[in-house]
Write a protein that binds this ligand. Structure first.
Ligand code: IPM
Ligand code: MG
Length: 354
């Protein structure tokens, strides 16, 4: 099995290194991965003037899945948009048609204290945000800055969804719910936006094929509020690219540490890109203190969804739970004043637990 490893920028290289070590440790189970690295994001720009170098695309095309670190950094913020690190990520999503973005938010019992919400509100939380990832205002044309007829400059973007784009993410949501608590909440802004009224109509239509699943609809502003009021009411939230971007950051904080959350971005063939949902954290890059668990858990999702190795995925997840139970903590998830360990020590601990 071939894995393309794209470490990216900031803490990306240190955290992917630990996930790679964990994958290599699965050799004891007879699992062998061919892992090759390539540059993406700012690193891609530095290496070849492009946040998504041609060689990186080719490597990814030959792989069974992509393990991705993080991209971005202050050094690149003033580049023209096309050369910014984020474009590497967006182009990869589009190139491989990775329309289904799974962002689970799970509260680990040992870390409930780290949440900014009261323990009883988040204890046992297990929700899945399914974000559509290749459409919406992120990719809609036309977009730009122009001078209008009144001679004033204006910026504009286009929110757009085709019926087939909505149908496939709706199917993915109902199917994901079947493996969970069978409830889907579709989030939109149907009271204002045409595109999202259409979204609601199409999701409702697809639901006719899933009578075993309970479907509800919620406006995005209410959903943002309900997520902090009573997050455990949700099982699967399905929503568009823009709303999903915002709500998934909010949901991550319910769990206490964004450093714990993995994600998967899949296409129709279950080829996928797997990445921690946190960013490149330039402030702590190179210090060896970043939490590698979100990336290690992303590797577990890679095993599950693209490589069909459910058992190995569960083994990695169990190892992560074990190190948490042992009280091992990187700084981001430690209680004030408690001992912390670094990135590599956390990798060591997961491998020992495996
Ligand atoms: C995310 C990020 C990206 C997005 C950025 C880095 C382009 O915020 O994966 O949520 O907006 O999709
Ligand atoms: Mg985001």
């Amino acid at each position: 099995m071939k894995i393309a490893v794209l470490p990216g920028d900031g803490i990306g290289p240190e955290i992917t290194e630990q996930a790679v070590r964990v994958l290599k440790a699965l050799a004891s189970d007879g699992l062998h991965f061919e892992m090759e690295q390539a540059a993406v994001g700012g690193a891609g720009f530095d290496a070849s003037g492009d946040p998504l170098p041609e060689a990186t695309v080719r490597l990814a095309e030959q792989a069974d899945g992509i393990l991705f670190g993080a991209v971005g950094g202050p050094k690149y913020d003033t580049l023209p948009r096309a050369q910014r690190p984020e474009q590497g990520l967006l182009r990869l999503r589009k190139h491989f048609d990775l329309f289904a973005n799974l962002r689970p938010a799970i509260v680990y019992e040992e870390l409930a204290h780290a949440s900014s919400l009261k323990n009883e509100l988040v204890a046992g939380l297990d929700l899945l945000i399914l974000r559509e990832l290749t459409g919406d205002i992120y990719f809609g044309q036309p977009r730009g800055v122009r001078t209008n007829q009144a001679g004033e400059r204006e910026g504009f973007d286009t929110m757009r969804y085709t019926e087939s784009e909505i149908r496939r993410i709706a199917h993915a949501a109902f199917q994901a719910a079947r493996k969970r608590s069978r409830r889907v909440c579709s989030v939109d802004k149907a009271n204002v936006l045409e595109t999202t009224q259409f979204w609601r109509d199409v999701v409702t239509d697809v639901h006719k094929e899933y009578t075993d699943i309970e479907l509800s609809h919620m406006y995005v502003d209410n959903a943002a509020m309900q997520l902090v009021r009573n997050p455990k009411q949700f099982d699967v939230i399905v929503t568009g690219n823009m709303f999903g971007d915002i709500l998934s950051d909010e949901a991550s904080m319910l769990t206490g540490s964004i450093g714990m959350l993995p994600s998967a971005s899949l296409n129709a063939k279950n080829f996928g890109m797997y990445e921690p949902i946190h960013g490149s954290a330039p402030d702590i890059a190179g210090k060896g203190v970043a939490n590698p668990l979100a990336t290690i858990l992303s590797a577990a999702m890679l095993l599950r969804y693209s490589l069909n190795q459910e058992q190995a995925a569960q083994r990695v997840e169990a190892a992560v739970r074990k190190v948490l139970a042992q009280g091992l903590r990187t700084a981001d998830i430690a209680e004030a004043g408690k001992r912390t360990i670094g990135t590599k020590e956390m990798g060591d601990a997961v491998i020992a637990a495996l």
